[in-house]
Design a protein around this ligand. Structure first.
Ligand code: ADP
Length: 494
C-alpha cells in the first residue's frame, strides 16, 4: 500500500496530457492548468488545458473510429469481454486510481480505496453483464409485415463529469455509452482529471480501439462548452450544477439538437415523522449519507424536515453523530473524511455558515476540531436550526457538510415543504406507519425516495432527478436507453 501519497507522485509523476486517438498528446497550444491541492497545496500544475482545437481533434478521432465500425459494429459478446477485461485492469490498478483521485480532490483515500473505486468497478461489471440481456422489440401485428424496433448508437457522445465522485460518475456514463456502440469524448472536471486520463490507457489496454475513447481535460467554459456545441457530437451527458446543466440545454439548441442527459443538484428532503420508531438510527443514517465526502454529494439528505414532537430529539442524536465525521488527513487510510475540494468551494460553504450565524440561527459544530494542519481546507459537520423554510439556506444547494433542520406541524406540511424546492433528486421519510410511509414516498417529488433508509445503492436501480435536478437516468439497464436511439425497420413479405 502506498505509504506517502505526495512522495509517491513525486517519484511517479502522473500522466497529465489529453488522450486523443489512442495517444497521450499535449494541448495543441501547449497550455496547461495551474493548481495546488486543498490539503497541503501539493502542486498539481501541468494538466493539459484543452481548447476548441483539441476538442475538434478528439471529436474527429471519435467520429472516424465510430464510422470504421471497429467498435460500433463489434459483436456485443466481444464488447462485453473487453469491458470486463477493463474492469479487471481497474481492479489491478485500484490503489493508484484511488491515490490519483485523493491527491487531486483530497476526499479521503480510505473512501476512494474502499468505497468509491470499488463501486466504479462494480458499475463497469454490471453494465457489461447487463448488455446482452437487453432485447430489442418487434411489431408483428400486421399481415405480411414485420417491424423491428432496435436500439442504435447515437454516434459520438460527449461526457462532462464532476469532481465529487470522478470514477463512479465517469463509469456510469461512459460504459453504457460504449456498450451501445458509441465513441466517447470525456471532459473531466478541472479539479479531478488525473484518474480519467489514467483509465483511458487501461481502456486501450483492455482492447477498446483507438479513437473510441478520448479525454480532453480543461476548463468547463472552454473545452466543455466546445464539446457541447460541437456539430458532430450527437449526445452530451453531464453531472454537475443545475446552472451549467441549463447551459448545456442551450448549447444543444444553439448547435445540432443533440440529446442531453443531466444529473444536477439537489436539496434532499429528509422527513422525520412523529411516528418514527428509531430517531437515533434516523440521525445516524443521515450523518452517514451527509458527511462522508464533506457533504459534496448531489443526493445528500441536506434538508431535514422534522415534525415538532421529534425535532429536538433528532437534533440531539444528530449532534452526537457529527463527532464521527470530523475531518482528518485525507491521505491516511484511517481517516473517514478529508478536505473539501478547493479553496473556492471552502469559501463558498463558509460564507453560508457565517450567514447563518449573522442571522442568529443555531449553528452546531463538534467541539473536537481534529488535527488538520494550518491552511488545509476542511469544514466541520454543521447542523443549522431555527430557520424558516423560505431562507436561502433551506433552498440553495450548499454542497458542503451542512444540514439544515426545518420544523413541520404535520407530515402533510412536511411534504409541502419538501416539494417547495426547485430540486428533486433524492429524499426520505422516517415513520413506522406503513400507510404514511407509502403515501409520503409517492407524494414527494424526487427521482429516488427512501423509507426508513437512505443511500441504498444498487446498480440495478436508476439514479437521477426530476425538476431542476436533471433529465434522464444513470445506472440500471434504463441507462442503455439514454445512450442510444430507437430505429424502426419495416420488412414486407411477398
Ligand atoms: P461545480 O460547480 O460543482 O464545479 P459545474 O457544474 O461547474 O460544477 O461543473 C461540472 C462540470 O461541468 C465540470 O467538468 C466543468 O468543467 C463543466 N463545465 C463548467 N462550465 C461549463 C460550460 N459552460 N460548458 C460545459 N461544461 C462546463
Amino acid at each position: 500500500m502506498i505509504k506517502n501519497l505526495e512522495q509517491f507522485f513525486l517519484d511517479n509523476p502522473p500522466e497529465k496530457r489529453a488522450f486523443i486517438g489512442g495517444e497521450y498528446v499535449e494541448a495543441a497550444d501547449g497550455a496547461v492548468m495551474k493548481k495546488g491541492n486543498s490539503y497541503s497545496g501539493f502542486d498539481l500544475s501541468g494538466i493539459a488545458d484543452c481548447s476548441e482545437a483539441d476538442v475538434d481533434l478528439a471529436v474527429q478521432a471519435a467520429k472516424e473510429a465510430y464510422e470504421s465500425g471497429a467498435w460500433s459494429r463489434l459483436d456485443v459478446a466481444k464488447k462485453k469481454e473487453i469491458v470486463l477485461r477493463f474492469a479487471e485492469l481497474m481492479e489491478e490498478n485500484r490503489e493508484e486510481i484511488a491515490a490519483l483521485d485523493t491527491i487531486e480532490t483530497c476526499r479521503s483515500f480510505q473512501n476512494y480505496y474502499y468505497d468509491s473505486i470499488p463501486k466504479a468497478i462494480e458499475a463497469v461489471r454490471y453494465f457489461a453483464e447487463a448488455v446482452d440481456k437487453v432485447y430489442d422489440k418487434s411489431i408483428c401485428g400486421r399481415a405480411g409485415m414485420h417491424g423491428i424496433v432496435k436500439r442504435v448508437p447515437l454516434g459520438v457522445v460527449g461526457v462532462i463529469t464532476p469532481w465529487n465522485d470522478p470514477m463512479v460518475v465517469t463509469m456510469w456514463k461512459v460504459i453504457p455509452s460504449l456498450l451501445m456502440g458509441n465513441s466517447v469524448v470525456i471532459k473531466p472536471a478541472e479539479q479531478s482529471s488525473l484518474s480519467t486520463i489514467r483509465v483511458a490507457a487501461l481502456m486501450k489496454e483492455a482492447g477498446i480501439p483507438d479513437g473510441v475513447v478520448n479525454v480532453v481535460p480543461g476548463r468547463g467554459e472552454v473545452a466543455g462548452k466546445a464539446l457541447a456545441l460541437h456539430m458532430d457530437v450527437r449526445g452530451i451527458f453531464f453531472t454537475g450544477s443545475s446552472e451549467i446543466g441549463k447551459k448545456l440545454l442551450e448549447y444543444a439548441g444553439q448547435s445540432n439538437m443533440k440529446k442531453v442527459g443531466l444529473e444536477c443538484g439537489g436539496k434532499g428532503p429528509y422527513i422525520v415523522s412523529s411516528k418514527c420508531g428509531d430517531i437515533a438510527l434516523a440521525a445516524k443514517t443521515l450523518a452517514d449519507n451527509m458527511f462522508y465526502n464533506q457533504g459534496q454529494i448531489c443526493s445528500a439528505p441536506s434538508r431535514v424536515i422534522a415534525e415538532t414532537s421529534v425535532k429536538d430529539a433528532f437534533i440531539e442524536e444528530l449532534e452526537k453523530q457529527c463527532a464521527v465525521y470530523v475531518p482528518d488527513d485525507p491521505y491516511s487510510l484511517e481517516s473517514r473524511v478529508g478536505c473539501v475540494v478547493s479553496r473556492e468551494q471552502y469559501d463558498k460553504v463558509q460564507a453560508y455558515i457565517a450567514y447563518a450565524r449573522e442571522c442568529g440561527y443555531t449553528v452546531y459544530q463538534p467541539s473536537d476540531r481534529g488535527t488538520m494542519p494550518e491552511g488545509a481546507c476542511y469544514i466541520l459537520p454543521t447542523v443549522i436550526s431555527g430557520l424558516k423554510p423560505e431562507d436561502k439556506l433551506a433552498k440553495e444547494e450548499i454542497f458542503g457538510p451542512v444540514v439544515v433542520i426545518l420544523e413541520a406541524e404535520s407530515v402533510n406540511e412536511a411534504v409541502n415543504m419538501a416539494n417547495a424546492s426547485e430540486y428533486g433528486l433524492a429524499g426520505a421519510v422516517w415513520t413506522d406507519d406503513l400507510n404514511e410511509a407509502y403515501d409520503v414516498a409517492e407524494r414527494v417529488e424526487v427521482g429516488l425516495m427512501h423509507i426508513n433508509s437512505y443511500g441504498e445503492d444498487d446498480n440495478a436501480a436508476p439514479f437521477g432527478g426530476v425538476k431542476q435536478s436533471g433529465l434522464g437516468k444513470d445506472k440500471s439497464s434504463y441507462a442503455f436507453d439514454e445512450y442510444s436511439d430507437l430505429k424502426t425497420i419495416w420488412m414486407k413479405f411477398r
